[in-house]
Design a protein around this ligand. Sequence first.
Ligand SMILES: NC(=O)c1ccc[n+]([C@@H]2O[C@H](COP(=O)([O-])OP(=O)(O)OC[C@H]3O[C@@H](n4cnc5c(N)ncnc54)[C@H](OP(=O)(O)O)[C@@H]3O)[C@@H](O)[C@H]2O)c1
Length: 374
Amino acid sequence: MTAAFKAFRIRSEGEGVVAGFEQLQLADLSPGNVVVRVLFSTINYKDALAATGAGKVLRRFPLVGGIDFAGVVETSTDPRFSTGDRVLVTGNGLSETHDGGYAEYARVPGDWVFPIPPGLDELEAMALGTAGFTAALAIHRMEENGQKPIAGPIAVTGATGGVGSIAIDMLAARGYEVVAVSGKSGAAEYLKTLGATRILSRKQIKSTGRPLEAVQFAGAIDNVGGDLLAWLTRTVGFWGNIASIGLAGGAQLETTVMPFILRGVNLLGINSTSVPRALRTTIWERIATDLRPRHLERLVTRTLDFADLPGAFKGYLDGAITGRTVVRISSGRDAAGSADAGHDSGDLGGGSGASAASPDAPAGPSGDLDATGE
Ligand SMILES: NC(=O)c1ccc[n+]([C@@H]2O[C@H](COP(=O)([O-])OP(=O)(O)OC[C@H]3O[C@@H](n4cnc5c(N)ncnc54)[C@H](OP(=O)(O)O)[C@@H]3O)[C@@H](O)[C@H]2O)c1
């Protein structure tokens, strides 16, 4: 393949970054033995940090952005993959140390590449993407550590975000009672549709200053960090698991050892980037089976064309986005060049996909976060 292709590339400039579309050749990409024609990528909070420079995500420059992608193998010298295979990649070094998914072609080591599990297509694989993988990894680790629906409700913070929305859907499908903790006042209908039984307003959560408070939850999935995570350590009950995923509200954690030594609470760190291949395989198998979300069509609130990507990051930094954004990178042509409408229609669940559930639509929740998240 010698033709130039379109890529969204992030460059270092002064103290910050500049990012935009460039024409690249395959030789410009980070090395790897599998070349994938990218059909879909997504926007995650981390992508917004990387593309705007609001967070230090890239560890070398320049790099193509995009921490995940799904597409079709174009060429492979890895014997596990053949031309035409439908594959996905999330995490690893994408958009940190290696060119990512915001390009019509990606080149990666075969160890990072996974066949899209049976029952999912490229669009669904990216409707889930890093967010779905992370939510599933959190639930998997909590259950390995003894979490069961019968123990009681699970709190999910950053509830309307990508990870939060998918976690609610997966937990509810597994029979957990889910309490969604959100900063968006108009999000109740959306969150209940996904399976939350109760909604708590993040802004009404007040700290008592005590090291332990009355037990409210049997476990938690936290996407926010800071004071909210500290509050969860004080309100999760005996032997409960708290999966710490994100820092949308802050990276600090001020708590005491009391929840751990008096209630046996477990704080589980979730890292979706550096995951052994065997565990990744298990997680994707679970995502396609017992953890498969029931409301993917509702979760995907936007499907963007590649050209619209640059304007889409700010909403993430403002905490104003609900659900998942899928980015249609290129049309679904198989490696032989024939159109494959079944895999590029941008159509989830019988055509109700993005536009039907746009965040601008009247039914969507409103974004009303304050700057501190409290
Ligand atoms: N550990 C890992 O491997 C891993 C993997 C994926 C993501 N993450 C992290 O997990 C978090 C969620 O990722 P995502 O892709 O789901 O992001 P997202 O779609 O942008 O969702 C983040 C959600 O957090 C809440 N939020 C935003 N700003 C906030 C603030 N200032 N204070 C408190 N809450 C705020 C909002 O939900 P409400 O309005 O409903 O409260 C928002 O929708 C991010 O911090 C991300 O970096 C970590």
